[in-house]
Design a protein. Structure first.
Length: 457
């Protein structure tokens, strides 16, 4: 093992040995290389006369640039988007995003979390999470209705054993927390470590837990950790903030899990992608929230120890995890887009940023509420049931007697309407793409398509 990886592992083990146990074999071996990157960083600080370290081209002491590129970008200096970004991410953006996490999740106040590490989008965040925490054969617990790419990431890339629970009760009235609980209890009793992926707002059904449901889910996970199981929880918060109903939990469940137990690691996987409507900029984040033994000197003192004679602190543990995460990114894509990070940072610094976000939120909420109003009409009840939805971009219907893929193709070929089929019964509608006046038209035409297939047309 590389000595740098061993040093990081030692820090983690001294603060909380259970976290070292939970890391994958790759996670244990990951480190952030000193080499060229460290030497270049030192030169950036001290090489005032000549700096011949980093592999970029310069001209007249500025980054070398093609006018055909720089002419397209207004308001950002080329030195702030053409050079490589750090594998950790642009420092100002990392700080800005961390501060925003506390603003958006009041339950985090008084807790210590890591500095977010920037990824190339939330899919990259999920993949990085999997690399650090999932070995071949590890149990990853997911709902039976899920974003399809989880199978690729956990099942194919990292060869995990995927175990599923029922997302909803058979009558579609509630999320099936009883199924979730029984699955967690069974798998935690059979495995030293379980990995759980929670995705709210949920893709594909657009549901977010109520406050009471979130408390119950978190208590289940905390309970199995307290009884001796190692628990890694990835919180895929891709659609965070798009909550349309009063009783919906307005925080990430990450805020309830952070610091809850020494055997529980919470990892927030989020980004500007959907929250700020910048899908193609591919700017995501990985943030850690862990606990330590409440009786340990670290928990009591909270001191960050710079001397080798002192025991490493929780801050040191977080920095070790950040280094491993940045090392994973360095070994994969080197770093996330500098231009994208600078654009997101500039947007967040705009004085009208909250106003702009509220305007888009109101549009999406209006579309979701319009769907709810339209689907109250009993004319649709003979054709499908509606999954609960209260957030995000999507909603789903469960067809009663028509095959979902057959209906999808029928609507596409005969009406030019695009939908997503999931399994044999379910159709996903991305209302984020609909104008409000298209809502009734869409469902009326889907109903017409169902009736045509029933008749054999």
């Amino acid at each position: 093992m590389n000595p740098l990886a061993a040093e990081l592992n030692s820090i983690i083990e001294n603060v909380n040995p259970h976290i070292l146990e939970m890391l994958s074999e790759m996670g244990k071996k990951l480190y952030f290389p000193k080499g060229i990157l460290t030497q270049s960083a030192e030169a950036k600080q001290k090489a005032h006369k000549i700096n011949a370290t980093i592999g970029i081209a310069k001209q007249n002491n500025r980054v070398m640039a093609l006018p055909s590129i720089t002419a397209l970008i207004n308001g950002i200096d080329p030195d702030n988007f053409l050079p490589y970004a750090s594998s950790f991410g642009v420092p100002e953006l990392r700080e800005k995003w961390k501060n925003a996490l506390f603003e958006k999740n009041p339950s985090l106040v008084g807790k210590e979390i890591s500095l977010p590490v920037v990824t190339g989008g939330i899919t990259h965040s999920v993949s990085t999470f999997s690399d650090l925490w999932v070995d071949a054969g590890d149990t990853v617990i997911l709902p039976d209705m899920m974003w399809g790419n989880y199978s690729m990431t956990f099942g194919v890339r990292n060869r995990a054993k995927i175990v599923q629970y029922n997302t909803y009760t058979p009558d579609l009235k509630h999320i099936d927390i009883d199924s979730f609980e029984s699955t967690i209890l069974r798998e935690s009793s059979n495995n030293k470590k379980i990995v759980v992926l929670l995705n709210f707002p949920h893709n594909p059904t657009g549901y977010t837990l109520s406050v009471d449901e979130a408390k119950r889910v978190s208590s289940i996970l905390i309970g199995v950790a307290q009884h001796g199981s190692n628990v890694v929880v990835g919180c895929d918060d891709a659609y965070f903030g798009l909550f349309y109903e009063q009783e919906t939990m307005k925080e990430s469940i990450f805020s309830l899990l952070t610091g809850a137990d020494k055997r529980l690691v919470a990892v927030k996987l989020d980004g500007a992608t959907k929250e700020d409507y910048v899908w193609g900029l591919r700017t995501g984040f990985v943030t850690y929230g862990v606990g330590v033994d409440s009786n340990s000197p670290i928990a009591a003192s909270g001191c960050s120890c710079s001397s080798s004679l002192k025991k490493p602190s929780l801050s040191d543990l977080y920095f070790a995890l950040e280094k491993k995460t940045a090392g994973c990114i360095r070994g994969c894509v080197s770093n996330a887009s500098h231009l994208s990070q600078s654009l997101v940072l500039k947007s967040m610094e705009d004085e009208n940023y909250p106003k702009y976000k509220q305007e888009k939120f109101d549009l999406l909420k209006a579309r979701a509420l319009a769907i709810k109003e339209v689907l109250k009409d009993p004319v649709y009840s003979d054709a499908w049931d509606v999954y609960p939805f209260n957030s995000g971009y999507f909603m789903c219907i469960r067809l009663k007697d028509v095959d979902a893929e057959t209906l999808r193709l029928h609507m596409l070929d005969n009406y030019g309407i695009g939908l997503i089929s999931i399994g044999k019964d379910n159709i996903r509608v991305a209302f984020s793409c609909l104008e409000q006046d298209q809502v009734k038209l869409l469902f009326d035409m889907v109903l017409q398509g169902v009736n045509e297939l029933r008749k054999g047309n």
